[in-house]
Design a protein. Structure first.
Length: 149
């Protein structure tokens, strides 16, 4: 097979309709639009979702489901197992050290330490919040929880 032998499959390519080009074309005069009416005029066809002037379904339904609390405070969750794997014995865990190690993405993020995993190292934790189980594990490992950074 050569490059000049290639051709599209029969019936896969159709010529476009050239509307309004005389009676002989079969699409002259009204250009395939029929006679009078909204859809026969330029710009007359209404978009998807138009319901004849009735308020469309998309506008009848509520904008968002549920309730969004504007006072919600989001914390970046960090488990004690992650701290054990990342920090050395005697280190201080605060926002700056977590950012430097790549555990949190922004320096402005509020951090909460959670109690999933095991902690074997003595760490000083100075973050925004610490769960009760995490605090118990940190103190059991010989570390301490201090006021937020």
């Amino acid at each position: 097979m050569q490059l000049h032998d290639l051709a599209p499959a029969p019936g896969s390519r159709k010529a476009r309709k050239r509307v309004g080009r005389g009676h002989g074309s079969g699409l002259g005069k009204t250009a395939g639009r029929g006679y009078n009416g909204q859809k026969s005029r330029a710009g007359g066809a209404k978009g998807a979702g138009f319901e004849g002037g009735q308020t469309p379904l998309a506008r009848r339904l509520p904008k968002l489901p549920g309730f969004r609390n504007i006072n919600r405070v989001e914390y970046a969750a960090v488990n004690v197992g992650r701290l054990d794997a990342t920090f050395a014995d005697g280190d201080t865990v605060d926002g700056d050290s977590l950012l430097a190690k790549g555990i949190i993405k922004k320096s402005t993020a509020l951090v909460k330490v959670l109690g999933d995993g095991e902690l074997t190292k003595s760490l000083t934790v100075k973050v925004d919040k610490v769960s009760a189980t995490a605090a118990a594990k940190i103190q059991a490992a010989g570390g301490k929880v201090e006021a937020p950074c």
